[in-house]
Write a protein that binds this ligand. Structure first.
Ligand SMILES: Cc1cc2nc3c(=O)[nH]c(=O)nc-3n(C[C@H](O)[C@H](O)[C@H](O)COP(=O)(O)OP(=O)(O)OC[C@H]3O[C@@H](n4cnc5c(N)ncnc54)[C@H](O)[C@@H]3O)c2cc1C
Length: 469
């Protein structure tokens, strides 16, 4: 696993509106607002969930509708500006200097079709809103570990959630996308219209265009048996070894992940977990509560948890399983997929991230893949590496006094697990060229160049970065 260090871009500095005819033209063409550096609107919109990142676009186009996105792309392209896109900032990367950032927050349409079990969702909608809207009809979208992420960003990056082994990836449940391409057209991408965009936008993130709305299937589910068992530091080795053999024995109705955590005392962190090393075994089982409890029995036999959060959970509480941060936090992280998790791999992980290792990482998480994740979706997509066994993600606090240690800790984790990894990752877990195999990367680049010959869309840049980044 390599730590992604993006080279710092030279700062363009704020571009005052009165000295920029381009931005004046853009502001005049929008129904929404063009927020310029130095204004309160800019400070509110140009923010990343990773609080260590400072976003410095030339301006933020807070678009009011899909046609505002078209106008933004056309004006920007005419004047040689690049265009970036953002909803919540959960996946924001630095390097937007001199680009116009399209902020989709106002594209807030949510229409649930309960009888046909699907929803139309605007690009400004967070997963929490769709979860709540669908739950009223006994349905749920395939959400991730945090319901604060945007539906479009999550889904275009594959979308791996706590129900993944049962229902697959969120990107496999897409019916249609409305998208503005880099050459300034608003088109509808479905399995039979603009098939190349439909393929690329499911896994290729925002590289092939700016999605203004997505139509997704919902699954009929009201509750699961799940949550997390948290064990003390001294039990980390036994729990990890037990999870290694237990997780592959789970049926496809259950999805598990494990996290070695050293969580700071933040509001979302339960007191028994704060300020110490613990290990969490998480589960979401879509069978009955009794089946779920039976599945867990071998794990409960390993040690006594310091905190037991297993229960029958409403689908509206699935985001409580992982205890993801709910407010911006400065972080550095890295991820890669593992083919398998052998006894030696567990020992290697313990050596760099277990008790006594001096690990500076706040979390080392193993998400179990397999089940429906490993099956191809009904329609081909740009998601690769579905046959991997696990995705491992490490993260730590990116503060001036911690960053060097965290970087070293991530490098050590990558080196320790290197023998079990291809070096690849999933689009929402690090992304870049490592998320794709060579034929997929070639095809993605072709789709981008076909729809965005001027390379207006900034989100495509990682595809054209040197291999391995
Ligand atoms: C706390 C946390 C938990 C997470 N948990 C999971 C998880 O369980 N599973 C998982 O798969 N991922 C997870 N992620 C990763 C997350 O899904 C991705 O970073 C996703 O891209 C975030 O989308 P966003 O719109 O919220 O973020 P933003 O920062 O607003 O957008 C990130 C990227 O998404 C793309 N994008 C956003 N909007 C559009 C649009 N309208 N059109 C085209 N492209 C667009 C662009 O490439 C953009 O750069 C998590 C991230 C965080 C910070």
């Amino acid at each position: 696993m390599t730590t992604a260090h993006r080279p710092a871009s030279p700062s363009a500095g704020p571009v005052p509106a009165q000295r920029s005819p381009v931005l004046q033209e853009l502001a005049g063409s929008l129904r929404g607002e063009l927020a310029l550096p130095g204004t309160p609107a800019f400070a509110r919109l140009a923010t990343a969930f990773n609080a260590a990142l400072e976003l410095r676009p030339a301006a933020v186009a807070a678009v009011a509708d899909a046609y505002d996105v078209v106008r933004t792309v056309r004006v920007a392209a005419r004047h040689g500006l690049r265009v970036a896109v953002q909803c919540t900032g959960h996946g924001a990367a630095a390097g937007m200097d001199e680009a116009v950032l399209v902020h989709t927050g106002a594209l807030d349409e949510i229409v649930v079709h309960p009888r046909e079990a699907w929803a139309r969702v605007g690009a400004g909608v967070r997963m929490r809103e769709v979860v709540d809207a669908a739950a009223a009809s006994g349905l749920t979208p395939l959400a991730g570990s945090s319901s604060g992420v945007g539906v479009v960003g999550f889904t275009t990056g594959g979308g791996l959630g706590p129900l993944a082994r049962t229902y697959g990836l969120a990107s496999d449940r897409v019916r249609a996308l409305d998208v503005v391409t880099g050459d300034g057209r608003l088109v509808r991408a479905t399995p039979t219209e603009h098939e190349d965009l439909f393929w690329a936008l499911r896994g290729g993130r925002g590289s092939a265009g700016i999605v203004t709305a997505v139509e997704i299937d919902l699954v009929p589910l009201s509750s699961v048996y799940g949550g997390a068992l948290h064990f003390a530091a001294e039990d980390v080795p036994a729990v990890l070894h037990a999870w290694r053999t237990w997780a592959p024995s789970l049926p496809g109705t259950a999805t598990s992940s494990l996290a070695v955590q050293q969580l700071p005392p933040l509001p979302h962190v339960p007191a028994p977990l704060a300020g110490r090393m613990t290990v969490a075994v998480r589960l979401a089982s879509t069978g009955s509560a009794r089946q779920g409890a039976e599945l867990l029995a071998p794990l409960r036999a390993v040690a006594t948890p310091v905190l037991d959060r297993m229960a029958v959970l409403s689908v509206t509480s699935l985001d409580a399983i992982h205890l993801d941060p709910t407010s911006p936090i400065p972080a550095r992280q890295a991820a890669m997929v593992l083919r398998d998790l052998t006894e030696d791999a567990v020992e290697a992980l313990l050596a760099v991230a277990g008790p006594g290792s001096g690990s500076p990482l706040g979390i080392v998480e193993l998400r179990q893949l397999g089940g429906a994740v490993g099956l191809p979706g009904v329609h081909p997509s740009a998601v690769c590496h579905r046959d991997a066994g696990y995705v491992v993600m490490g993260a730590g606090l990116r503060l001036p006094h911690t960053d060097a240690g965290v970087t070293a800790g991530l490098d050590a984790l990558g080196a320790a697990l290197g023998s079990w990894s291809t070096g690849a990752t999933l689009p929402n877990f690090g992304g870049g060229t490592r998320a794709y195999d060579a034929p997929t990367l070639d095809r993605l680049r072709s789709v981008v160049l076909a729809h965005d010959p001027g390379r207006v869309m900034l989100a495509a840049d990682p595809l054209f970065a040197p291999l391995g980044v």
